[in-house]
Design a protein around this ligand. Structure first.
Ligand SMILES: NC(=O)C1=CN([C@@H]2O[C@H](COP(=O)(O)OP(=O)(O)OC[C@H]3O[C@@H](n4cnc5c(N)ncnc54)[C@H](O)[C@@H]3O)[C@@H](O)[C@H]2O)C=CC1
Ligand SMILES: O=C(O)C(=O)Cc1ccc(O)cc1
Length: 295
């Protein structure tokens, strides 16, 4: 299906797409761009890419599909550098966790190529990063959201949709703004809560003691606090408005819970907990509603 695939940023997200497409026999040649020699060698050794380069121009030249999977803060510079070397037929997509900032960066750097640019976001990942974290099955039975803009051609969307389906994903399209708000609620805010909670506990003198007796719920919730700091800094700054709005709502809810505990208002607490349990047990546990099957 694809003759030359260029992966810009051969980490968890870029590497996993390359592996999935290779496993499906859907790509002839995969070129990986990485700045560090260590990453290039690792990606080659793991069979993620067939060719490694530290030149963005060489990576994208004559490519049929370019997948940009670097931290969001690096996307703008990557787009600027690769734009002059894209062929007329080259379709470009990305995996950034928030879309408005990426679309702005693409419009600035790739004005001519916007019809061939399909903003995307696989709603699948782990707390690990780098080539060694990549695996071919990552996207299987997970969702990928595409947020085509006015300029995006239907043909480019069709190609990117087919590529993600080949990797095992279910593809949905929605608007950029809607995407950024939804993901702020279900992904960006929870990551911030986990970073804050684990960071707060780590500062305590009795941290080891506290963590030794943590139960399964803490283990589950704190896993995402192992995620990459640069990636999450870029998501926070790149989806600022939606995240701040969600933080405000969350803080209001927490304040009300605090007030209820202070005043001994058990009825309020029961109300909040029952509402959450009902939502989780019915709506969220509905097959296919939450992105993966681990409900
Ligand atoms: N980690 C996750 O679970 C998910 C991440 N994403 C998004 O996918 C993108 C990639 O994330 P991961 O694969 O997890 O990260 P990663 O750290 O595993 O891989 C990122 C790659 O980009 C390269 N890179 C880093 N800074 C760069 C720069 N300034 N210029 C050029 N290359 C640079 C790194 O060398 C690495 O090869 C991010 O935009 C992230 O928001 C989307 C869905 C899930
Ligand atoms: O590890 C997890 O549970 C995640 O939530 C991974 C993740 C991180 C960032 C995204 O944009 C999408 C998925």
């Amino acid at each position: 299906m694809i003759d030359k695939l260029a992966i810009i940023g051969v980490g968890l997200i870029g590497g996993s797409l390359a592996l999935a497409l290779k496993q499906a026999g859907a790509v002839n040649h995969v070129v990986g761009y990485a700045r560090s020699d260590l990453t290039r060698q690792e990606a080659l050794a793991l069979g993620i890419i067939d060719e490694a380069t530290d030149s963005l121009a060489d990576a994208v030249r004559h490519a049929d599909l370019v997948f940009v999977a670097v931290p969001m803060g690096a996307m703008s510079a990557v787009f600027e550098e690769m734009a002059p070397h894209l062929s007329a037929h080259t379709v470009v997509t990305d995996g950034g966790s928030a879309k408005a900032q990426v679309v702005d960066a693409a419009r600035t750097a790739m004005r001519q190529q916007m019809p061939n640019f399909v903003p995307g976001h696989p709603i699948a990942g782990t707390e690990k990063s780098g080539p060694s974290a990549a695996f071919a099955e990552l996207y299987q039975q997970h969702r990928v959201v595409l947020t085509p803009v006015d300029e995006t051609s239907a043909e480019a969307v069709r190609l990117v949709e087919k590529v993600w389906q080949t990797a095992g994903a279910e593809v949905f399209c929605m608007g950029v703004e809607q995407h950024d708000l939804l993901l702020a609620a279900t992904s960006h805010l929870p990551h911030l809560l986990a970073f804050n909670l684990v960071g707060m506990l780590a500062q305590r003198d009795d941290c080891d003691e506290v963590l030794r007796y943590a139960a399964g719920g803490f283990r589950d919730f704190s896993r995402i606090a192992s995620s990459d700091a640069v990636m999450w800094r870029d998501i926070c700054l790149g989806n600022q408005q939606a995240i701040l709005e969600l933080m405000k709502q969350y803080r209001q809810g927490l304040d009300q819970i605090e007030q209820a505990i202070r005043s001994g208002d058990g009825d309020y607490l029961i109300d909040v907990f029952i509402r959450a349990k009902k939502a989780r047990d019915s709506r969220f546990a509905e097959p296919g509603l939450i992105d993966n099957s681990e409900v």
